[in-house]
Design a protein around this ligand. Structure first.
Ligand code: APR
Length: 235
């Protein structure tokens, strides 16, 4: 019986692939006002500005590649009942070969009608992948509404959080990689783990108020991934 491993990733795992994090020096939120480009209010106020912000990030994603950490995680699927829960909207886990990836905050390469938010609000065909293309004002969904990025914006609900909690509750081991753990509900996910669950964090930053349950390896993702996988294998 394979052990149940849940890996919760944040922007830090994609940093060494050349994708900016949000809150590091020169991160995305240092160069853009969140409320102007990544919130439901921003969408109401200036759809073109929001579409342009995500069009730029989608174009940039095309030339980015999964790094060694993404690739090592993908290999773990052979040995563990592995689910990745990511806060990232990039597709690097999938391009590394991971097949069970839950995107809590949506997916940059997908678009959907601007009305509705939950899975049940859309038919299968209404959420679709445009790869690295732009979506602009006037690009309409089948129901006639403006197409928008399939991304969870600030002040919107996180439709997949209950599925994520179910995975965490069942986990034998939880590995957290590259997140400042400042954005909820993702940041609190580990608290749903059973007391016997082993929890580790791989992140170079110091985290003075980190929960004592979490073993912290202060290294970059590609530098610490081998060490942390050896640890997991030793359990
Ligand atoms: N390897 C591992 N971790 C790294 C690396 C690296 N090479 N470089 C940076 N980090 C770590 C930082 O130390 C920090 O803890 O990645 C984390 C990035 O934190 P944030 O920029 O806050 O990104 P994240 O935690 O993913 O943000 C969560 O906030 O803005 C919203 O929706 C957005 O999904 C995002 C959410």
């Amino acid at each position: 019986m394979k052990k149940k491993l849940v890996v919760l990733t944040g922007a830090g795992i994609s940093a060494e692939s050349g994708i900016s994090t949000f809150r590091d020096e020169n991160g995305l939120w240092h160069n853009h006002k969140v409320e102007e480009v990544a919130s439901a209010e921003a969408w109401k106020k200036d759809k073109a500005l929001v579409l342009d912000f995500y069009n730029q990030r989608r174009r940039d994603l095309k030339d980015k590649k999964p790094n060694y950490a993404h690739l090592r995680l993908a290999e773990l699927e052979n040995r563990y009942d592995l689910n990745i829960i990511t806060q990232n909207i990039d597709n690097l886990h999938e391009r590394a070969g991971s097949t069970r990836v839950l995107h809590l905050h949506g997916e940059l390469t997908k678009v959907r009608p601007e009305y509705g938010q939950y899975e049940e609000d859309f038919s299968e065909a209404e959420v679709f992948d445009i790869a690295y293309e732009d979506v602009n004002i006037g690009d309409l969904a089948a129901n006639g509404s403006q197409l928008r990025p399939h991304i969870v914006w600030f002040s919107e609900d996180v439709p997949k959080i209950s599925k994520a909690i179910d995975l965490v509750e069942e986990a034998d081991i939880i590995l957290i990689i590259g997140t400042s753990m400042q954005v909820y509900p993702a940041a609190a996910l580990y608290r749903y783990a059973a007391y016997s669950t082993k929890i580790m964090l791989l992140d170079p930053a110091s985290m003075p108020s980190l929960d004592h349950r979490i073993m912290h390896i202060r290294k970059k993702a590609t530098e610490g991934i081998d060490e942390i996988i050896s640890l997991i294998d030793s359990y």
